[in-house]
Design a protein around this ligand. Structure first.
Ligand code: GLC
Length: 459
């Protein structure tokens, strides 16, 4: 009786293991090994996203095909006209580097299905347009030459491939189950799954060491979505890890519950309220953000963030232990929009003298409470704390709770000393200084940097 129960339990657990794919194991590593593999990325903190494709021609959102329900025939004119004659990836790489970015991720294929690279498995690619070349090859070489790490975005969605089934996000999305059935007759996701693997294999074999892969995205749940089954996510990721064991992978394969199924999480177009956690543990994260509303070049979109908002986005991400991947949508000539250039330049001016508060930095230890209107970052290696003054104070600046912990203070941009001070008093009123506080004396005139930073050498 007892032994038959044991057998049942064993069989049941084996079945459970099979069904949760424990046997289709992805490579496992210890938290330390993972942190080590990702170290360059967590130190880098700031990267460039690039969304470029045929949608640069209509110049009204990379989802234009879906938003306007354009047919393949209607969209074909952009393929025939694609000729980015001013494409100069060296200039792009220089602009990224000068902005202080340390890595870049480009769309090798977006949802529209068009490939910037020379794939053997499709004709729908840049070499077959008037452009006539493998843009990814030149891009990779140029960015590497500037010392930047390189990554590929690859869209799991494909609105051009004949075997990709029509789903709720497709330009031809239907209004009834019957219509879906009719539209999807003859489409074979098995073939499409092979296509994804073939293309990702090309991307991870033909261009040398690739540092990041950004697979985008899954939309499980509800009707006519797509999930890990549709992409064969586990086997796809196994192949990725095998081809490029050091690569860093985002979290959009619908494998959040699978050990080894993702490396970092990707809050998109919003600021997290605190360092994201999973199962009570802080996890690596990167927020991806646009300068304006759209990822692809959008000529008439006017909601551009200003330099200060963008710097705050970067600093605030680091202050919560995360990265910022900031997007540029190049034009169909192959240039960066003047507004993007302007913002990149301004961020670079700030980074030139302040990047020490970004690279290698993370959230400040809890023993340092955040002063009003400030963001704190901390470099654990040098034991320095950075106070970013978002709203420049008048002369006396109190760091509550910092008493006894600070050795020396200076402005970061010019290494000029900031003296410790005493509280002000006059005949009628005197503030008491608590031994728990540090008072710094700042110059009245705000230094000529968008967000001044105080560098504190801790005891
Ligand atoms: C979303 C959008 C896509 C964009 C991506 C960037 O998945 O579909 O257009 O590329 O976010 O994170």
């Amino acid at each position: 009786m007892k032994s038959s129960l044991t057998i049942k339990i064993v069989i049941f657990s084996l079945l459970a293991m099979f069904s949760t794919n424990a046997f289709a194991q992805l490579p496992q590593e210890t938290p330390q090994q993972k942190a080590q593999r990702m170290k360059w990325w967590t130190d880098a903190r700031f990267g460039m996203f690039i969304h470029w494709g045929l949608y640069a021609l209509p110049a009204r959102h990379e989802w234009v095909k879906k938003n306007e329900r354009l047919t393949n025939e209607e969209y074909q004119k952009y393929f025939e006209m694609f000729n980015p004659d001013l494409f100069n990836p060296r200039q792009w790489a220089k602009m990224a580097k000068e902005a202080g970015m340390r890595y870049a991720v480009i769309t090798s294929k977006h949802h529209e299905g068009f490939c910037l690279f020379d794939s053997k498995y499709t004709d729908y690619k840049a070499p077959n347009t008037p452009c006539g070349k493998d843009l990814i090859k030149e891009w990779v070489e140029a960015f590497r030459a500037e010392g930047l790490k390189v990554g590929f975005y690859y869209s799991l969605l494909d609105w051009h491939h004949p075997d990709y089934t029509i789903d709720r996000n497709h330009p031809r999305s239907a209004s009834s189950d019957e219509e879906y059935a009719r539209l999807n007759k003859g489409r074979d996701m098995n073939k499409y799954r092979k296509y994804i693997k073939n293309q990702v294999r090309e991307l991870l074999t033909n261009y040398g060491k690739i540092d990041i892969i950004w697979l985008d995205y899954s939309f499980p749940g509800g009707k006519h979505g797509k999930s890990r089954k549709d992409w064969d996510s586990i086997n796809l990721l196994k192949m990725v890890r095998k081809l490029q064991p050091q690569i860093i992978v985002n979290d959009r394969l619908d494998l959040l519950d699978v050990p080894g199924g993702w490396d970092f999480t990707t809050p998109e177009q919003y600021k997290v309220s605190k360092w994201p956690e999973r199962n009570g543990k802080r996890i690596p994260w990167e927020t991806c953000q646009t300068f304006s509303g759209s990822w692809g070049y959008y000529r008439d979109e006017t909601t551009w963030k200003d330099t200060k908002q963008l710097l705050v986005l970067l600093i605030e991400s680091v202050s919560k232990g995360g990265n910022l991947l900031l997007n540029v949508g190049p034009t169909a000539r192959g240039t960066f929009d003047y507004r993007a250039k302007d913002r990149l330049h301004a961020m670079g001016e700030w980074m030139k003298v302040n990047s020490r508060s970004v690279y290698g930095c993370t959230q400040a230890p809890d023993q340092f409470p955040r002063p009003d209107n400030c963001l704190l970052t901390y470099n654990p290696k040098t034991n320095r704390l950075y106070v970013h003054l978002l709203d420049y104070p008048i002369k006396r600046f109190t760091l509550k709770g910092f008493g006894g912990k600070v050795k020396y203070a200076q402005f970061l941009h010019d290494a000029s000393e900031l003296k410790f001070g005493k509280p002000r008093y006059n005949v009628t009123y005197q503030e008491k200084k608590s031994p728990k506080d540090v008072i710094l004396i700042l110059p009245v005139v705000k230094p000529p940097v968008e967000i001044p930073v105080i560098e504190l050498f801790l005891k």
